[in-house]
Ligand binder design. Structure first.
Ligand SMILES: *[C@@H]1O[C@H](CO)[C@@H](O)[C@H](O)[C@H]1NC(C)=O
Ligand SMILES: *[C@@H]1O[C@H](CO)[C@@H](O)[C@H](O)[C@H]1NC(C)=O
Ligand SMILES: *[C@@H]1O[C@H](CO)[C@@H](O)[C@H](O)[C@H]1NC(C)=O
Ligand SMILES: *[C@@H]1O[C@H](CO)[C@@H](O)[C@H](O)[C@H]1NC(C)=O
Ligand SMILES: *[C@@H]1O[C@H](CO)[C@@H](O)[C@H](O)[C@H]1NC(C)=O
Ligand SMILES: *[C@@H]1O[C@H](CO)[C@@H](O)[C@H](O)[C@H]1NC(C)=O
Length: 478
């Protein structure tokens, strides 16, 4: 009887979630369209505004030889200047907003801002240092949970663990094609709002929909200290079950308003994302005057990544497992190899763009190999903080000391507590050579770029005195 009831309830829930899903899909389409419009309009306005700034100059140069021309120019100037005033109002609103948020606008591109405008600005509070927005850009099984902790453990940083999970969850995107571009735009724009502490943007993607800005379904809340400390941790409410609850204490459901306030109070913002595939999509964030973006791209030997994924996501890698177990006859399905190659290439292309340091990315990009972090966690943490322009506190150093020298492996697939200098090349001794070969064939260009050496044969793969890692200095330029 009771079973029947719960079944009915389950059915209802399922139908409800289906309805929600289609609603989200509609919402998403709407969001994408709006983004496209906003982008277009932004471009038009800034182009018009650029023109406008040139016109008086041109007039002065011409020094008004032809009064008719001046008249005509004046006429068009009038309507243009209306547009321009709208534009400067918008700019001033943005500036006000960033001041409200305690965000120090990034150093504006030289020459873009007129000098008088700079003088009109009220002096900024001298105490608050410049706010940094750190994106830890990774893929799954590259040690990003561990490296993310470097930022999570510091008290003055508001850290979010994989907030984009909710977006991927709500509307599933097909890989490749227009949808992938669409999802990249949505990820990017949600990311931007999150960096601005607009956490409400996530609510649209949380199922079930939060009520009164209250949710029990914030993904991996427990992995974000900032969401589990006072005052964001409200008194525990009986019978409310949070799937991703805080680890060391019991809290009530997450009040998104409180979380957003905490975000604004903290000096810096950091988040980790394994769902941002292409660095070039981040250009608008790097150029947004309200943000001071720092991208840390974390990579790892693709052989190790595959070995780790086959354990962590066994279901998804069934065909690989079958191919390994099957003594020989069937080859691996081409589409699987293609997917592996695609993943490696997108990582390589992003890194190449980053290392090329185009103007919009200058000083904002750092490449980090997981293996270097594992061998020298403290040193790498210091480098990352130096790159981010944030002073490292003893809090983080202590955490690193405690968590990289544990004698025994921590439990769970997302465990971060391990003897890291022992751990990083464990995969070599359990990986069948033919699997390593497939990866080496598909990911050669990426491996070359990052300094992962190919193993020539099975003996080299398992021989401890053969290093598969080229020593590289730091991969960043200031
Ligand atoms: C334009 O004309 C004014 C006088 O009519 C003169 O003072 C000024 O130097 C001229 N400017 C240029 C750029 O020729
Ligand atoms: C040009 O526009 C200004 C208003 O912005 C107006 O005062 C002026 O008379 C106009 N000049 C001509 C020549 O129309
Ligand atoms: C921005 O803030 C200033 C001072 O706080 C105010 O005078 C101005 O009207 C604001 N601008 C906009 C567009 O809200
Ligand atoms: C969430 O926190 C805000 C800010 O303190 C408060 O105004 C609001 O009432 C809280 N919401 C709920 C449902 O308790
Ligand atoms: C961790 O592993 C390294 C390398 O094998 C070893 O030298 C070190 O003693 C280990 N540390 C602990 C705490 O087990
Ligand atoms: C491991 O590699 C080293 C250096 O290349 C070599 O001298 C040694 O013989 C190898 N050991 C085995 C067991 O193959």
């Amino acid at each position: 009887m009771e079973k029947g009831l719960t079944l009915l309830q389950d059915c209802r829930d399922f139908l409800h979630s289906l309805k929600m899903r289609s609603k989200y899909a509609l919402f998403l389409v709407f969001v994408v369209i709006v983004f496209v419009f906003i982008e277009k309009e932004n471009k038009i306005i800034s182009r018009v505004s650029d023109k406008l700034k040139q016109i008086p100059q041109a007039l002065a140069d011409a020094n008004s030889t032809d009064p008719a021309l001046v008249l005509a120019e004046n006429a068009s100037l009038l309507s243009l200047s209306e547009l321009d005033s709208a534009f400067s109002q918008l700019q001033s609103r943005l500036r006000n907003l960033s001041l409200q948020l305690g965000v120090e606008p990034a150093v504006e591109a030289a020459g873009e801002e007129e000098e008088e405008e700079g003088k009109e600005e009220p002096p900024r509070p001298a105490v608050a240092g410049p706010r940094r927005h750190v994106l830890l850009m990774a893929t799954t099984r590259t040690g990003s949970s561990f490296v993310g902790e470097f930022f999570n453990q510091q008290g003055n940083i508001f850290y979010l663990f994989e907030p984009l999970w909710h977006i991927e969850r709500t509307v599933s995107f097909e890989p490749g094609g227009a949808n992938a571009a669409g999802s990249a735009l949505v990820y990017r724009d949600v990311l931007k709002q999150l960096f601005l502490c607009d956490l409400y943007v996530l609510e649209h993607f949380i199922t079930p929909l939060p009520e009164d800005h209250l949710t029990e379904f914030m993904f991996r809340r427990g992995s974000s200290r900032s969401l589990c400390e006072d005052p964001v941790c409200t008194p525990f409410v009986k019978k409310v079950f949070e799937k991703y609850h805080c680890k060391n204490r019991r809290c009530g459901p997450l009040n998104v308003t409180l979380a957003a306030e905490a975000c604004r109070r903290k000096e810096h913002m950091a988040l980790k994302a394994v769902r941002i595939r292409q660095l070039e999509f981040l250009q608008p964030l790097a150029e947004d005057p309200r943000l001071d973006l720092r991208v840390i791209q974390l990579v790892r030997d693709p052989r190790a990544v595959l070995a780790s994924r086959m354990v962590a996501f066994a279901g998804k890698y069934k065909t690989w497992k079958k191919w390994l177990d099957d003594e020989g006859q069937d080859g691996l399905r081409e589409e699987e190899v293609q997917r592996l190659r695609g993943n490696c290439e997108s990582i390589r292309l992003s890194a190449e763009l980053g290392l090329r340091q185009p103007a919009w990315l200058r000083g904002r990009y750092m490449l980090v190999r997981y293996e270097d972090v594992a061998r020298g966690p403290l040193q790498k943490a210091r480098e990352m903080y130096r790159f981010a322009g944030i002073p490292l506190t003893p809090q983080v150093e202590d955490w690193i000391q405690k968590n990289t020298q544990a004698a025994h492996d921590g439990s769970g697939i997302y465990s971060t507590q391990k003897n890291s200098s022992e751990q990083f090349e464990k995969w070599r001794f359990s990986m069948p050579f033919k699997l390593a070969q497939v990866v080496q064939a598909a990911c050669g260009p990426a491996m070359r770029l990052f300094g992962y050496k190919l193993a020539r044969d099975a003996a080299a793969l398992t021989n401890r005195s053969v290093s598969l890692l080229e020593e590289r200095g730091t991969f960043w330029v200031t």
